[in-house]
Ligand binder design. Sequence first.
Ligand code: HEM
Length: 425
Amino acid sequence: HEPTPAAPASPQDGTPPQGPTLFDWEFATDPYPAYAWLREHAPVHRTKLPSGVEAWLVTRYADARQALADQRLSKNPAHHAEPAHAKGKTGIPGERKAELMTHLLNIDPPDHTRLRRLVSKAFTPRRVAEFTPRVQELTDHLIEQFASRGEADLIHEFAFPLPIYAICEMLGVPREDQDDFRDWAGMMIRHGGGPRGGVARSVKQMRTYLGELIHRKRDDLGNDLISDLIRASDHGDHLTEAEATAMAFILLFAGFETTVNLIGNGVHSLFMNPDQRTRLQDSLAAGESALLETGIEELLRYDGPVELATWRFATEPLTLGGQQVAAGDPVLVVLAAADRDPERFADPDTLDLSRTDNQHLGYGHGIHYCLGAPLARLEGQTALATLLTRLPDLELAVPPNELRWRGGLIMRGLRTLPVKFTARN
Ligand code: HEM
């Protein structure tokens, strides 16, 4: 591993930088100016997170890409050097629950390689393409629920239920149980970072339900992902039941709030950039899909759902962007900052739906690259295209400065997105 070239001198040797305040309300609304400052002055920056845990923030594209692929940065929270009481504050639900520990985002090779191979079949672009009609049906159904009202909250009525139902279908959660999932997930997203009691209860209910579902499906295997996981474990692929439960859980956890925010942030960015929105609407009206495809990637780069990649912990001392990272230190790769790096992207603060050469890090990079990317693309493209086609005069129902962003650490997304449009039946 080659260390990246030394970063320019930055005011980090013990003294706090004279930079922006991180993680306050203003930052949650628009973190990009703060990230620009960090990229320039303190590209690998040690900071105290709101939870009290200290971590390195990596904000330049080149450093971020290197860190995401660096095998010395482990995903296993056991490598975290913080005292035991600080563990469990990393925001990974169930982090301290052994049975949920063994999911993809918490493990390294060789376990990661084995588990990822087992599920990757379900997420090939071909398998996901078979799912297209169902995602379209779900999308149409959700829009029909509010189309005649002329107004809606796009987060709660649209962006939120779509991915939950889509993942439930993929996993093989029976329709009659999917609303329970929606409620548990709702609790997790509403209170993520807030009161922990309800979240812990929802996590527990979901875990118990998934465990029971795996038991039930053992006798009634179907054409779904949970059945595939059971078959894999029965064919000597060393998948324990705990691993299967953790897998189902991480698919929900990783594929849910991300997609909510892809739709929410995406629609918001289009509202804020009316010229780009018109371009996209014109191209959809002409029956073209090219701008939709490059556009979804650009929306991910410009204001993606995953602000920071999930946690990594140094297994040995290493140099990153000129900084000495000690063994046991947490490293957070700030995807949102890397994806606005002018060293990598021309006019990074401009939304250009037809941008080419757009190797953004919105889905991560390396062995933990988003497994669900083909499904996310399908959902994002279907959601935006259908909304803009069926409700062409869709607009924000409140002034933009009244919109509130969730102040979570890893995800970036709106609490609500009130819209209005000409009502139709
Ligand atoms: C991993 C982003 C949707 C499943 C990741 C990572 C990112 C990401 C950045 C890597 C995290 C890291 O390295 O720390 C996104 C975005 C999405 C999205 C922006 C939506 C727009 C989905 C969906 C699913 C999914 C729909 C599944 C149904 C996963 C899984 C991993 C992952 C299982 C872990 C992969 C591994 O560790 O090998 N995602 N994701 N994601 N994503 Fe997604």
